[in-house]
Write a protein that binds this ligand. Structure first.
Ligand code: GLU
Length: 497
């Protein structure tokens, strides 16, 4: 039996948690959870100029929001810490010394300006600059001593082989191979005393006993170089799986111009974490066959398999995300829906006013529960919800102008609305709350007196009360709006006819 896998998410804290990173974190988490393995969070903060505390906090917050919990990491600890690379500098240095002693790492005294000048020269002559030209590869001991005596700063580079091949069997992309002669002697330790990503990543994956490195396919070109570091240190590399990148709906690399790209932005747009997780899981993976796509995290874990992760790029489909979000909202129980919508009320200062005299609702929460109950499955987005329920809380509600002109804006409608307002005032006590059937009785009686079908009163009344031509049952609406406000709105609408 294979031992339980150990996987990791290793973000560089240089920005928000973006869709690509979140998908990488998610697939690692799903693999760990589905295989009863361990999910490690490691922060790759060796780029001191670009790493920020704010980004570190944002990444952790994004992961927590999605519900991706980690077994080992900077805040929770673990047996393989520390989990912040900036706290592991001694470890990297020891391993650099090991490589240097074996002749596999060498000092490079080229400054950024030297490198730039040579790059310009190569390009001016029509050549291709691969990143480094081996300038310091074969410095003599004397040359090195002179440069050091002159106090020249130096970086360390890995001495890559000139011949042979480096290959691996990728879990997702199958066999990948590179000619060693095309591999550049990249920097593994910078002059500022920090290792580069390439080096720290290998040391940590090994020491943290990572069994599977699952990451974006933008790292494919790093893998042969990293494999050479494993080889140089005499270590067995982990298995690698490179996930295809995420494209925008136009099949170009997903970017800001397509819309939201960070998890935080989606959160602000009212996407539920369960829906985001569900949608991200479908970017490159599918449960297969006719299996339903709307799933809880638990269901996804039950079905997840690396074998079903595809090798072609996945396009981010904002409409599908919204659809899946709607399905997750619909599946919530009434109490959860209330909790989800309450912050929207608070933002707008909407609350139940006791003066509305609403039958059976004695708190804002209870009232909201009833209001959401009238929507049923039509509550499928937090973005459209305020327009859908605004008329229950405020006189300044959204009005569909077309419906208003058609149903309220005629002389006939004006007459009916006035008659109905009068009938309600006369038929029901203004200082009491009334249930829906009481309103229904008055409306039907009034229609009879006007000699029309009830529908002819109900249509204009609906638009006058809700601003829209479609709503929940009109008598339920009247009950929840309350008698006084109902009469006021009917009169106001009649006045505008
Ligand atoms: N810190 C790297 C990144 O954010 C991690 C790459 C890897 O998973 O090896 O891209």
């Amino acid at each position: 039996m294979c031992p339980a896998p150990r996987v990791r998410f290793a973000p560089s804290p240089t920005g928000h948690l973006h869709v690509g990173g979140a998908r990488t974190a998610l697939f690692n988490w799903l693999y760990a959870r589905s295989q009863k393995g361990v999910f490690v969070l490691r922060i790759e903060d060796t780029d001191q100029e670009r790493s920020t505390a704010a980004s570190y906090a944002a990444i952790l917050e994004g992961m927590r929001w999605l519900g991706l919990d980690w077994n080992e990491g900077p805040d929770v600890g673990g047996d393989h810490g520390p989990y912040l690379q900036s706290q592991r500098l001694d470890i990297y240095r020891q391993h650099l010394e090991q490589l240097a002693a074996a002749g596999l790492a060498y000092k490079c005294f080229c400054s950024a300006e030297d490198l730039q000048a040579r790059e310009d020269e190569v390009k001016a002559a029509g050549g291709v600059w691969e990143g480094y030209d081996g300038h310091c590869r074969n410095l003599t001991a004397d040359q090195i001593a002179t440069a050091e005596a002159a106090g020249k700063p130096y970086a360390w580079r890995l001495r890559t082989p000139d011949e042979g091949m480096t290959f691996w069997y990728d879990i997702i992309l199958d066999k990948l191979e590179f000619q060693n002669e095309v591999l550049v002697d990249r920097v593994i330790f910078k002059a500022d005393g920090f290792p580069t990503y390439q080096f720290a990543c290998v040391i940590d994956d090994h020491l943290m006993e990572i069994s599977h490195v699952l990451r974006g396919d933008d790292h494919v070109s790093n893998t042969p170089f990293q494999l050479l570091i494993y080889q140089g240190l005499g270590w067995k590399p982990p298995k690698f799986g490179h996930m295809p990148m995420i494209l925008g709906p136009d099949r170009k690399r997903l970017s800001k111009r397509h819309g939201a790209t960070s998890v935080q932005e989606f959160q602000k747009q009212g996407i539920l974490p369960a829906a985001m997780l569900n949608y991200l899981s479908l970017l490159g993976w599918s449960p297969g066959g006719n299996a339903k796509e709307v799933m809880t995290a638990r269901e996804i874990i039950g079905k997840f398999s690396l074998k079903k992760v595809g090798s072609s790029p996945a396009a981010f489909d904002y409409d599908k995300l919204n659809h899946i979000n709607g399905e997750h909202i619909k599946a919530l129980d009434p109490g959860q829906k209330v909790q989800l919508a309450l912050p929207l009320l608070a933002e707008r200062g909407w609350a139940l006013d006791p003066g509305w005299l609403v039958h059976g609702a004695d708190s804002t929460e209870a009232y909201l529960g009833r209001v959401l109950g009238t929507l049923g499955n039509r509550f499928s987005s937090l973005l459209t919800l305020p327009d859908q329920i605004g008329f229950f809380f405020s006189e300044d509600f959204y009005v569909d102008q077309e419906a208003w002109t058609e149903h309220v804006g005629t002389e006939e409608a004006g007459t009916f609305l006035k008659a109905l307002a009068a009938a309600l005032e006369e038929g029901l006590a203004l200082d009491q709350a009334h249930p829906a059937p009481a309103f229904e009785e008055v409306v039907r009686r009034c229609a009879e007196q006007q000699g029309v079908k009830a529908g002819q009163l109900i249509h204009p009344a609906r638009v006058a009360l809700t601003g829209q031509s479609r709503s929940a049952g009109i008598f339920d609406v009247m009950e929840l709006v309350g008698l006084r406000r109902t009469i006021e709105r009917l009169r106001k609408a009649a006045g505008s006819a």
